[in-house]
Design a protein around this ligand. Sequence first.
Ligand code: PHE
Ligand code: ZN
Length: 861
Amino acid sequence: MLDAQNAPAAPVIVRREDYRPPDWLVPEIALDFDLGAERTRVRARLKVARNGAHDRPLVLDAEGLTLVEVTVDGEAAEHRLEDERLTITVSTAAAVVETLVEIGPRANTQLMGLYESGGILCTQCEAEGFRRITPFPDRPDVLSRFTVCMAADKAVYPVLLSNGDPVGAGDLDGGRHWAEWRDPFPKPCYLFALVAGDLVANRDSFVTASGRTVDLGIWVREPDLSKTAHAMAALKASMKWDEETYGREYDLAVFNIVAVSDFNFGAMENKGLNIFNSRYILADAETATDADFDAVAGVVAHEYFHNWSGNRITCRDWFQLSLKEGFTVFRDQQFSADMGSRAVKRIEDVRVLRAAQFPEDGGPLAHPVRPESYIEISNFYTATVYNKGAELIRMMHTILGPERFRAGTDLYFSRHDGEAATCEDFVRAMEEGGGIDLSRFRLWYSQAGTPRIRAALASDDNGAATLTLSQQVPATPGQTEKQPMPIPLKVALFGADSGTKLEERLVMLEEERAEIAFSGLLERPVLSINRDFSAPVVVEAGRDLADLAFLSAHDDNAFARYEAMQQLMLDTLLRAVSGGPADHEPVIAAVRETLANPALDHAFIAEAVLLPSESFVGDHLAVVDPDAIRAAREALRVALGSALEGQWRAAYSATAANRFEYSPAAKGARRLRSVALGYLLGAGAEDAAKLAMRQFEDADNMTDRQGALTALVNSGAAERNTALAGFYDRYRRDPLVLDKWFTVQALSTRDDALEAVEALARHPDFTLSNPNRMRALVGAFAANQRAFHDVSGRGYRFLADMILAVDRLNPQTAARLVPPLGRWRRFDEGRAALMRAELERIVAAPGLSKDVFEQASKSLG
Ligand code: PHE
Ligand code: ZN
């Protein structure tokens, strides 16, 4: 039996350069589960084959397993279980190795391996959870054909699912039954899955391009069945889209999805049996916002797309994680853009990148898209690997254009099908299929840090202009010297008088500096740069407020137009924060014009008139001053609210709710309505709280109801408590909606947010054991810049206490709460010292997991 006491003491650093092919392969595995929540017995029959000429023993990973028996070719075999490794002497080139172990799913609070969630038994194996189920070479370059047999109590676990196709089932004595599944595709063990539970299915089918029928099932607990229609529609749309866009057809006769309430991440792409955090499956108008609906469709698509980008072609080792994740995020972003508003989707994706990845890239946890080392791989499921990784693929798409990009992915899929590949393999396929040299582009995989671009446009009276570009890649931990990166910048020039486009091109900035010449310009040009956010960089273009306002009205690229408005707002706020005179007029004028522009849709307007977040403003300051940022942003919000009160009112009534509909137009209307309501409350309009309360009560959908609740919770209105209590009473039995109740309060902009959060942590509905609830309160609070960075340090202490408490149950969830404390360098000395003290307290805590140790010790850096 392994436990914490004989786990390795000193954290081991795993390095990319140390990769070696596996000593043993396992072409086939047969698993036999005798399932029970308290105790499950797992018999595994491995066909092992020596890989190359060597005499090393067979070493299997094994964590937290009670070992009962080991045989080789049917005979008791010499073996040793030590440091989470089972070493077995095998003298032949091939053999059948059998192990029998016992595990306890109910006691598994880490949610890795086989665990219990709401009475359902389910598995999570990525990245290294399979070793908590049975001894195995738990690495993604060992691919096996799986056969899985399960036996369980039929009343408690009437449904038994695994990967691939069902091949048999029947009853057993004593109220038990069995089922067998076989997956014809060799796969790494991280894609293994099993589910046993009292579930019902939304069943449907899909006919593939070549005419095969696939049976689809979305499995949930009975009361949730009515909330699965949206996920099913998204699944079928994804299957069709992948055929049309990438020529990828589904390859099994069955595709199942199961929703569970306790899950560390969003969802998991196990072959033919995706397992989801229920928040990314369940959606109906009453309980899910439009953002939730979009997230469900995006994650369903993401996991489905993994069937090719991840499963048919998997990763050689975990340093290659972005091979599947970056590519698959790019694919799901393209899918969502095709299904809805391309412009709004890009705005949302860039917002996520800037909120999550840029701070990571500029802090102590910065790492390349293809990392060089790790202590705990779970810590590398990051915004850098996922979202920056997706931006890398997007840049290749931009540079190659859609046809040559597709030629590259076709070559990649055909060349590496059935293999465990590397990021290098992907780039090479793009080069050969797309007919391009990407030698220098590879730097994007190896160099961390967000490049900073300076752009200056100088024009003369003879119609000539020069765009001077320079780049600088900041030093990051372990990488002090950087080389210039190849950066694709979509650039356009607009005529200052006519507002028309004079020029447009894709500029490749290859060196540290470049000058680009333009001629024949008939008016003064205004620069539009990094249109569509063509590269994941920070651009300082030094345009004045007038030019930004001009672009916010005239740029024909929706993203660039949004960006100009954001820059205008940001510059205004930064001036105010640094004590300059607060001139709100240019922003007010630009917002007025945007609100009045009949050519713009509601969804875009809502995004464009929204002020940049407090943390985004903070990211642009040498020393973040949370209170000054709040004050400046609040003043601008109030100014916008009062100056444009008539227009907010008009926008509010023009978007008045009809019966709920999930269409791009209806979503846009709801979005603008909530934004307008927020400004009306900001303006202190007399009737605003009543409007909000009426919206709260009359809403026939969660978007409107939560929008009204948020506005009220941030206000001092008397209606605030009525709305909070009403929301609680209505939804207390729906955990996903109750999560919203916690989050809205954790993100409150009021002065009492910190005390409220401390009190909510003692609320009977708060629990450390459910990752969604943890993130709803504690994760959201850490994103509330002003409350979290309360000068007393109480916010830091609260977070550290939570991290230490959760770490005992679930190290992965605990580790993901650490990064906000690692931002101490960005704050004043007083706050920095308080943050460091909490990190030091965490690192010194006895029995700390390696997950939290890695994040906290690196954060002290
Ligand atoms: N591979 C999953 C995804 O991105 C994420 C995940 C990682 C889920 C680790 C669980 C555990 O689709
Ligand atoms: Zn993924």
